[in-house]
Design a protein around this ligand. Structure first.
Ligand SMILES: CC(C)(COP(=O)(O)OP(=O)(O)OC[C@H]1O[C@@H](n2cnc3c(N)ncnc32)[C@H](O)[C@@H]1OP(=O)(O)O)[C@@H](O)C(=O)NCCC(=O)NCCSC(=O)C[C@H](O)C(=O)O
Ligand code: MG
Length: 356
């Protein structure tokens, strides 16, 4: 562990100074694309401004024989594209034990380090993985003459990573956030699922047998499907909040089931996540809708704020008690609404309408 006095010192001579606060830029959807897929890559320039984050994926879902093509494809796209202020460029590099990651990091920082906002590192096991990437990035940034540090995002997808999540979040001032990687995490934990995120019909609770009914055990009883990811997301959110970084739900693999995708995203939003991955264009609008506070919530938050005056004491509003703590929740909603509407005139208009 680094001493507190050294925490914000650059890790290589000539590297940019680490950030002291992670910039809170909109990142409701981290949109994945495979830069080696020509059809997909051709669509990327037209997606600038329509998504918060475009992520050139080099890891899983890119065929082994296409790893180099994907890396070079991302360099080409980044060089040719102006991402503006509304869209960030991220990448997911290959895992740290893979034969590709060293070339991924070296090539990307050297060639397009000035365009890259965040590097997502998969299968992070502990703070030592972040420390390795941290030092290497500092060396590469210094050599490339970069003036702004590239941030790091870890994917939580091993049991050991889960056990170390608090230390991972606090391992470096570069840490921007953490995503849940439910598919790899399920495999590593030996969960008995075969899906990429989402729920499972077998993970449920059943209503008690009705009293006074013959064969009560086999009587019709309501079943309620439970959320497989509740513990993991809640723990990830706490670890991120404690360290001032951002939590994200990861992928929802059932592209056609837009309803369950929206439910999964909303659960994550309500628990504190700021965004999720979109794997297909169909998931972009879902993430945008879910991770932007509703107009009704914004209007309610404004009413509570107004009713609470100096912010102390308790008041009744619509039959409900509001106090300092409910006001603080409302301020979270309002801060997010302000941040998102600053770059989105449609959202600004929506929030304005409801305020009337
Ligand atoms: C899931 C897909 C393989 C589906 O692709 P496809 O069969 O081509 O879908 P469609 O025919 O419906 O596509 C319609 C058009 O849209 C384009 N398209 C599709 N996906 C994207 C995209 N992500 N970005 C931009 N454009 C996209 C198609 O090319 C079609 O174009 P056209 O024919 O001209 O109309 C595919 O969506 C896909 O590969 N998505 C990304 C998958 C991915 O990145 N997976 C990795 C992340 S999840 C993960 O790694 C697990 C995690 O780590 C964990 O452990 O949990
Ligand atoms: Mg994974």
């Amino acid at each position: 562990m680094r001493s507190a006095k050294d925490f914000f010192a650059p890790l290589a001579v000539g590297a940019p100074a680490p950030v002291r606060e992670v910039p809170a830029r909109p990142s409701r959807m981290i949109h994945f694309f495979d830069p080696s897929n020509e059809k997909m890559a051709a669509k990327i320039p037209s997606m600038v401004g329509t998504v918060d984050v475009l992520l050139g994926n080099l890891e899983d879902a890119v065929k082994a024989e296409n790893k180099e093509k994907a890396r070079l494809g991302l360099v080409e796209i980044a060089k040719a594209t102006d991402f503006g202020d509304a869209t960030q460029l991220w990448t997911r590099v290959n895992s740290l034990d893979s034969p590709w990651v060293l070339d991924d990091l070296t090539t990307l920082v050297t060639e397009i380090g000035d365009k890259l906002d965040v590097i997502m590192v998969p299968k992070v096991q502990g703070p030592e993985d972040i420390n390795y990437v941290d030092r290497l990035l500092a060396q590469l940034e210094a050599r490339a003459g970069l003036t702004r540090p590239i941030l790091v995002h870890a994917i939580l997808e091993t049991a050991r990573g889960m056990a170390n999540v608090e230390e991972i979040c606090g391992a470096s001032p570069r840490m921007q956030g953490i995503s849940l990687g439910p598919a790899d995490l399920a495999a590593d934990r030996r969960m008995k699922t075969t899906r990429v995120g989402g729920g499972h019909p077998g993970y449920l609770v059943r209503q008690d047998p009705p009293a006074g009914v013959e064969d009560a055990i086999n009587a019709d009883r309501a079943v309620f499907q439970q959320d497989l990811w509740h513990y993991t997301i809640a723990r990830m959110v706490d670890a991120c909040a404690m360290h001032g970084i951002f939590p994200y739900y990861g992928p929802f693999g059932d592209i056609k089931d837009v309803v369950a995708c929206e439910d999964q995203f909303r659960n994550a939003f309500l628990l504190g996540c700021v965004g999720a991955w979109s794997l297909h264009p169909a998931q972009i609008a879902i993430a945008k809708k879910v991770f932007s506070p509703s107009a009704a919530d914004v209007a309610h938050a404004r009413r509570v704020k107004a009713a609470m005056g100096d912010g102390t004491g308790a008041v009744m509003l619509d039959g409900k008690m509001e106090d300092d703590a409910s006001l603080k929740q409302c301020l979270v909603i309002l801060a997010l609404a302000d941040q998102l509407s600053a770059g989105d005139p449609e959202l600004a208009e929506l929030y304005k309408e409801e305020a009337k």
